[in-house]
Design a protein around this ligand. Structure first.
Ligand code: DQA
Length: 145
């Protein structure tokens, strides 16, 4: 079993720390990447941390992960609520999938309450801030045989 984990981020998450900090906090995506890398070292996971504003790019990375990774931590951003295509790609991935949302989507607009990704996710972490990514990595490490 590979110790490779993909951490995938969807649209607008490149603006983390700058956009709506009252909702998403002040940490940047670079901070989150650094913390995930450090935790990966501690847990014996190799972390590939990626972000794209393009749905097709995220799908291509999920296909890549099929060949290489035992787990995916994914915050698909707004694609969570719209993308059957990302759901289909994740359904073709055999490892563990953890869905992360920085904010508590259930306390927000009703269009954020439905997630296509949750139909595939093995675990869902919502409203724990950027710590959610680390919780996702810990879950994947705990599930490794
Ligand atoms: C988000 C929640 C989504 O509804 C939103 O579109 C995002 C970020 C979160 O991390 O809380 O871009 O996934």
């Amino acid at each position: 079993m590979s110790n490779f984990v993909y951490v995938l981020n969807g649209p607008n998450l490149n603006l983390l720390g700058k956009r709506q900090p009252e909702i998403y906090g002040h940490e940047t995506l670079a901070d989150v990447e650094r913390d995930c890398g450090a935790l990966g070292d501690e847990l014996g996971l190799r972390v590939r941390f990626l972000q794209s504003n393009w749905e097709g790019q995220i799908i291509d990375w999920i296909h890549e992960a099929r060949e290489e990774a035992s787990g995916i931590v994914i915050n698909p951003g707004a694609f969570t609520h719209t993308s059957v295509a990302i759901l289909d790609a994740l359904n073709a991935f055999e490892g563990t999938v953890i869905e992360v949302h920085i904010s508590n989507v259930h306390r927000r607009e009703s269009f954020r309450h439905h997630s296509y990704i949750s139909l595939r996710a093995d675990g869902i972490i919502v409203g724990c801030g950027t710590l959610g990514y680390q919780l996702g990595l810990r879950r994947i490490a705990a599930m490794a045989p």
